[in-house]
Design a protein around this ligand. Sequence first.
Ligand SMILES: Nc1ncnc2c1ncn2[C@@H]1O[C@H](COP(=O)(O)OP(=O)(O)OP(=O)(O)O)[C@@H](O)[C@H]1O
Ligand SMILES: [Mg+2]
Length: 210
Amino acid sequence: MSDSGDRDLTLRGLIHDLNNVFQTILDAADLLAQDEKWASLAGNIERTAERGHRLTQSISEAAGSTFRLQVIVEIAMQFARDYLYATQHHPIEFQSEVPANLRIRGNPVSWERILVNLLLNSAQAMPTGGWVKLTAEAHDSSATIRLEDNGPGIPREILARVFEAHFSTKPANSGMGLHIVRSLVELDNGTVSVVNREEGGAAFVIEARC
Ligand SMILES: Nc1ncnc2c1ncn2[C@@H]1O[C@H](COP(=O)(O)OP(=O)(O)OP(=O)(O)O)[C@@H](O)[C@H]1O
Ligand SMILES: [Mg+2]
């Protein structure tokens, strides 16, 4: 089994056993509730154990599930449009070509953040407008997501540094965007890299698990 397969199994095992713990606490609280003296405390314990159950459920949904990439791309692009409108940025043409049935393994909220960071970077590199194109292609157990723009591209001398924390060429920014992007992609067992397109403009290439 692959490393990530081992990790999935370990995580699912932990979630399973944590649910046993919460179930035991719930059952014990039920017993406690039979004594009137402890009824109020039993209610408190029960609600807390149920909360634990819900939280572990959300871990398992985030860890083991897949989502439709096309849906998340649309949400990210709409947010980027709203952001540009609100900040009075020149409009950018966002295009996407994503197979309707392509599913990615991971946390959809993380992937929305990954895409929004990349889309806003492209837009910020093109203050007078331009386009960003996102394409995705499925392989056996992975997918390649390419996000290209027709901005100035990334100067050769900083190409190796853009994923570093706090690296920025913008006076008012923190330089955390691409560092967060890389961390989130890797958390879902993917990789991300950047190249400049021959025609000009930057191209971010993500290999994601599906
Ligand atoms: N599409 C792009 N075209 C040109 N340069 C880019 C592009 N994306 C990133 N860069 C360069 O990489 C640097 C690092 O990007 P990163 O997203 O990490 O930080 P930032 O955008 O400067 O700040 P933050 O994301 O924290 O607001 C940018 O400052 C910019 O110089
Ligand atoms: Mg950024």
